[in-house]
Design a protein around this ligand. Sequence first.
Ligand code: OOG
Ligand code: MG
Length: 264
Amino acid sequence: MTSVATDKAAAALGKLQAANDGRSEIEPLTDTWPELDEHTAYAIQKRLVVGQTKSEHTHISGLKLGLTSVAKQKQMSVGEPIYGLLIASRMIGEGDPLHVASLIHPKAEPEIAIVTGRDLQGPGVTPEHARAAIESASCAMEIIDSRYKDFRFTLTDVIADNTSAARHTISAYRVPVKDLDLRTLGVVFEKNGEVVTTAAGAAILGDPAVGLAWLANKVAEHGESIPAGTVVMTGALTDAIAIAPGDVVRVSIAQLGSLSLRCT
Ligand code: OOG
Ligand code: MG
């Protein structure tokens, strides 16, 4: 990074942190910094999250994929996957409510979370390697909350904003994937007892294992690997839906069970 880019990155970090702390929206970084590149955006993301984990005395608890389904890529007008970092203190325990006023404009999305059982070191990780590295899968939900006004962003904006990550909840029921084909698991997403969207595991790049392989190869570009035992949220299977106090959202996934979240 040149010193000008370093200054811009520091300013961007400050803006994102303030938006997060003050629950206030900002304009996309690229409105005034169109040359923000992917590498710099991931560097900003890392610094943002490390700063947050230090100040909140917590730690990074896993990885998340984003924009891995056609539904999400279309909804957000960004045509490629991204990854972000999960923060332990942002996890909502099963059955605990989400306090909507703690966020800016939250949306809920149904996901499959996996836990790896082997180390994955890119480059060159294939979907077959990744599939063999998935130990278990669980029903999960992510609450995204872009710090950008109206969720308007480009690829690099959303990467810098830790891919809109806000809260996540993962069922404690972990199903071994040995005899499971994640592609064919049916998904039903409900709000207040009505079905809003449906999908199948294959919505994630054809197979969540393809998403995991993409992730292993992508983090390798930043000198990182995925150690055994890593929790990975594999990305929204359908469009995200806005939530408000009083809403109850529920994800049900064949073989993996279901998970509800009450919004207060
Ligand atoms: C970006 C985050 C996308 C997913 O699962 O696709 C994401 C956004 O839509 O704001 O987490
Ligand atoms: Mg997500």
